[in-house]
Write a protein that binds this ligand. Structure first.
Ligand SMILES: O=C(O)C[C@H]1C=CC(=O)O1
Length: 95
């Protein structure tokens, strides 16, 4: 199942920079692990914002929820999820 996910990251100004840097490093490692596994298919920065647009390929809504809610930066994210299916006019396969 494919999902379009938007993550807006909002880190409070008074957050401990050292703790946040550690979370960002963990987030990067987890994001790259999930990309290598083929689960996090696309990861794009939204130009000019601390946001990303992503495509996930997971087996269920529950798997997506578990995956997103355990991301290290999740406590600082506003996440929006849209379920996708193939468009009948698409010339591409499901990738
Ligand atoms: O930077 C972001 O968009 C937030 C998050 C998503 C992947 C990652 O490495 O960090």
């Amino acid at each position: 199942m494919l999902f379009h996910v938007t993550m807006d990251v909002n880190i409070p100004n008074d957050a401990d920079p050292t703790a946040i840097d550690a979370l960002k490093a963990k987030e990067k490692a987890r994001a790259q692990e999930l990309q290598h596994a083929g689960v996090w298919r696309h990861l794009w920065r939204v130009a000019g914002r601390y946001s990303n647009v992503s495509i996930f390929d997971v087996a269920s809504n529950g798997e997506l929820h578990d995956l997103l809610s355990t991301l290290p930066l999740f406590p600082y994210m506003e996440v929006r999820v849209t379920a996708l299916c193939r468009h009948p006019s698409s010339i591409h396969d499901d990738r």
